[in-house]
Design a protein around this ligand. Structure first.
Ligand SMILES: [Zn+2]
Length: 324
């Protein structure tokens, strides 16, 4: 079955990014792969009156099932209207790797897709991205491209080493492909283990010099940061306290994300922090109430913890609260 995103109540990224750029904040892109995460993202963003990008990878889409996903999202938007103010919502494909996948998402209600050709040589990346842009723009769907490679593991995406985005390539890439936003690599990475630090050592700074150079070359163009979880210490501690084991998990310091959000960065991706919040809450319940076996009794508190985390991010890190 095919869907047009506007029939589901979704919007593309165009106005959202324009307003974010003009007002110095970033729109949050939260990943989800089940009902509780979707509920938490929508409730958290309605309660903090933030625009939001609901983000699924190809594997998350398969986990839910491609036929079920559009109905879940439509239902979530109806729920948003019932519980509060309607907020602008985008449904976005994270790390699309083929034209077929991107086109299939566009045909089933996505209002934005990422085509990630960053592992290919420049010309191949351009060719692949351009093909998706042509299909997407004929349907008023937004496209995110990527230049540079992030280290780390995220769903099907993994790379041992990172390659920073080369600022001298961005104008050519944006001009040739016609993308609406660009993901760049300036020191963020995927997953919960972003840096190997010695005791007492601070994580290295993001390469704001590269970001500034990119901004200078494509002024006002929406930039996207992947792998931008803080890996919130309170959740890692809670996981470890209640039987988990996540040694040396460390992410991007909040202050650097605030700085990025004030710049040309219009979209900040958050996946790991959401996973940590839910896992921490579930581990706590399992440790404190070993007899509990009603899924609502542990998934419910996990959902509540995720709502709390999302409101915190919108209000105190991305600056998107109150902008819907
Ligand atoms: Zn990513």
């Amino acid at each position: 079955m095919t869907f047009k995103y506007s029939d589901l109540g979704l919007v593309n990224t165009k106005n959202l990014f324009q307003r974010a750029a003009e007002n110095g904040y970033a729109v949050p892109a939260y990943n989800f792969n089940n009902m509780e995460q979707l509920q938490a993202i929508v409730v958290g963003c309605v309660e903090s009156r933030s625009p939001v990008i609901l983000q699924v990878s190809g594997s998350a889409r398969n986990y839910i099932h491609p036929d079920l996903l559009p109905h879940m999202v439509r239902g979530a938007l109806e729920m948003a209207r019932t519980i509060g103010t309607a907020i602008p919502v985008v449904l976005h494909l994270d790390h699309g790797d083929t034209c077929e996948l991107a086109h299939s998402c566009i045909d089933t209600g996505f209002s934005s897709v990422m085509i990630d050709g960053s592992h290919h040589p420049f010309d191949e990346n351009v060719k692949l991205t351009k093909e998706v842009v042509e299909y997407a723009h004929s349907r008023d769907v937004s496209v995110e491209g990527e230049l540079g490679v992030l280290a780390g593991i995220e769903d099907q995406v993994s790379s041992e080493v990172s390659h920073y985005t080369k600022p001298e390539e961005v104008e050519k890439f944006v001009g040739r492909t016609g993308v609406d936003s660009l993901a760049i690599s300036i020191g963020t990475s995927h997953g919960a283990y972003k840096f190997k630090l010695k005791p007492g050592e601070e994580p290295p700074s993001l390469r704001f010099d590269l970001l500034e150079e990119i901004e200078r070359r494509i002024p006002g163009f929406p930039i996207v940061l992947h792998g931008a979880s803080t890996v919130m210490a309170q959740y890692v501690e809670m996981i470890n306290k209640f039987g988990g084991r996540m040694d040396d998990a460390v992410g991007i310091p909040e202050e650097q994300l605030r700085r990025a959000a004030r710049s040309a960065v219009c979209k900040i991706n958050i996946d790991s922090d959401g996973r940590l919040a839910m896992t921490a809450a579930i581990r706590r319940i399992f440790a404190e109430k070993p007899g509990e076996f009603d899924p609502r009794k542990y998934l419910g508190p996990a959902r509540d913890e995720l709502i709390k985390m999302i409101k915190y991010k919108n209000e105190h890190v991305l600056g998107s609260a109150g902008r819907a």
